[in-house]
Design a binder for this molecule. Structure first.
Ligand code: FE
Ligand code: CA
Length: 518
């Protein structure tokens, strides 16, 4: 069996075993519990992909030198699920097999859970126990839900700060964490480093695994994963800065680039609570875009803005990727795409048919314009939706055509808190506001300086709020009446004494597009 097939086989058997009666599976393999020198659950636990009846649980085993021999084996990992924090009322037991082809990661697809219900879980291998995780299922599809609370977050460069925001997220009462990308960074910038990445810029599977290991060892990040389920989307830095489909900034041969992307996607899957990893036959492909419902209150889409997009318009022929472009006719090419045709069709259909009160469109970057005046015309940042204006128009035209009232987009990537009006024609007061946008600042990654920020703010009437000077996350509270966004921030995310305050709050009222300051 090829390693890839074996990997897929393990993925399936983990799911099959999770479904099979616990006692039968144990009886078939009477094994002596392994005695660990060092607890192998050093990366903590996580849950994700919340549904009314199911949840994905995750962990990964790490091996100290004393336990190195175990790393060559296929290991059986058990998980127990409880209805109480004291772990007295056990409701499920499941197990999964894992080995080095999947970096000893464990993904268990729990099923037959109750909707809107809290669960606690813990993994076991031999005599070692993991920390305890808490999770909560989604409401039933037709439930009358009065509230949805989400921590919108993105961009956690390890070197540029401590995960103070995650420490607060861990303590919040939330339904889930919505992480919109730049979970790891492949690159360094020594100018801003308060701690250092281990190793070189990752390019191979092993190097990406090592990078995730370093991030996942952070106790504040582990706490946020252990406290809530996560709904995840990636952006560029999970592979390489500013990549677009099979293109990188160096114009690397696309074949080479796709090998790197396959390694990065595999490592991403191995470190997140996801149901499915890379495609078996084309491992550079992995479907991550998804949709979930929160009772009758909300539909939530998570959009992949990297894997299928056209290359940035009017790239510099030497150093590609993102830059400010002027007089760039390529921007107006209707064939250029941000989502790829399949994802765009899927979104258009889903959005048009949605009957739920709120339609939350989560995607990795910024939809509203940040263009600035240039000597001739205007200058556009070609890596965000400003670089894909025809795709943006199609997205917003769908909102108009389906007469959708309550569309709120949620984004990340730009290291900036944004509240904005979305119009078919950006910044044109004659063009009605058809949707509302909130973009969260970064957990740690540096933002734009104040001068360019101020210029962008002054040059775009649709930007009601635009601040890149603080780090944090955004607390999104959805009720039948409104969607509220509290930007929770700190000047500088270092030192355990740092704490967050509310930089600003906005609401979108049901039936009235456009955020309003609170
Ligand atoms: Fe980022
Ligand atoms: Ca990014």
């Amino acid at each position: 069996m090829h390693r890839r097939q074996f990997n897929q086989h393990l993925q399936r058997s983990a799911i099959a075993l999770a479904l099979s009666p616990w006692m039968n599976a144990i009886a078939a393999t009477a094994e002596k519990p392994r005695a660990w020198h060092i607890n192998p659950f050093a990366l903590g636990v996580a849950s994700g992909r919340p549904r009314a009846e199911s949840m994905v649980l995750w962990t990964r085993l790490l091996f100290s030198d004393e336990d190195r021999a175990a790393a060559t084996e296929t290991l059986r990992v058990q998980v127990e699920v409880f209805a109480d924090a004291a772990l007295k009322r056990r409701v499920q037991k499941a197990q999964a097999l894992t080995n080095d082809a999947r970096a000893h990661s464990v993904h268990v697809h729990l099923q037959n859970l109750q909707p809107s219900t809290d669960y606690w879980y813990r993994f076991r291998q031999g005599d070692a126990l993991s920390s305890v995780g808490h999770t909560r299922t989604a409401p039933a599809p037709n439930a009358d839900v009065q509230e949805l609370r989400v921590a919108l977050s993105s961009c956690q460069h390890y070197e540029q700060g401590q995960y103070i925001a995650h420490a607060e997220i861990a303590k919040q009462k939330l339904d889930f964490v919505l992480f919109m990308g730049d979970y790891i960074y492949e690159s360094s910038n020594s100018q801003y480093a308060i701690r250092k990445h281990n190793g070189e810029e990752p390019k191979t599977l092993q190097q990406y695994r090592d990078r995730y290991e370093q991030y996942k060892r952070d106790p504040m990040l582990q706490a946020a994963h252990a406290a809530h389920p996560w709904v995840l989307m990636w952006d560029d830095h999970e592979v390489v800065n500013d990549y677009a489909n099979d293109q990188d900034r160096q114009y690397t041969d696309p074949k080479q680039m796709l090998l790197r992307r396959a390694a990065a996607y595999q490592a991403y899957f191995e470190h997140q609570p996801l149901l499915l990893g890379p495609d078996v036959n084309t491992p550079a492909n992995m479907r991550l875009y998804d949709q979930l419902s929160w009772g009758r209150l909300a539909d939530v889409w998570t959009l992949d803005c990297r894997q299928y997009r056209s290359a940035q318009a009017c790239r510099d022929p030497v150093r590609g990727g993102g830059r400010m472009v002027v007089q760039c006719d390529e921007l107006n090419d209707p064939n250029r795409t941000m989502l790829g045709n399949a994802q765009e069709r899927w979104l258009t259909e889903g959005l048009s048919q949605s009957k739920r009160q709120w339609k939350l469109v989560a995607q990795a970057t910024q939809i509203s314009s940040t263009s600035v005046p240039a000597p001739v015309g205007r200058s556009y940042w070609n890596d965000a939706w400003d670089g894909y204006p025809e795709a943006r128009k199609r997205l917003l035209q769908t909102v108009v055509d389906a007469k959708l009232k309550n569309v709120v987009t949620l984004g990340g990537d730009v290291h900036c808190n944004v509240a904005a009006n979305l119009r078919l024609e950006p910044n044109n007061p004659q063009s009605p506001t058809v949707a509302s946008e909130f973009v969260t600042t970064s957990i740690t990654s540096r933002g734009l300086g104040e001068k360019p920020s101020a210029l962008i703010r002054e040059s775009n009437a649709d930007l009601l709020h635009y601040r890149s000077d603080e780090r944090g996350y955004s607390l999104i509270t959805v009720t039948p009446e409104d969607v509220r966004c509290d930007f929770r921030t700190t000047k500088f995310p270092a030192g355990s004494e740092a704490s967050l305050k509310t930089q600003a709050s906005y609401v979108v009222k049901s039936g009235k597009a456009g955020p309003q300051a609170v």
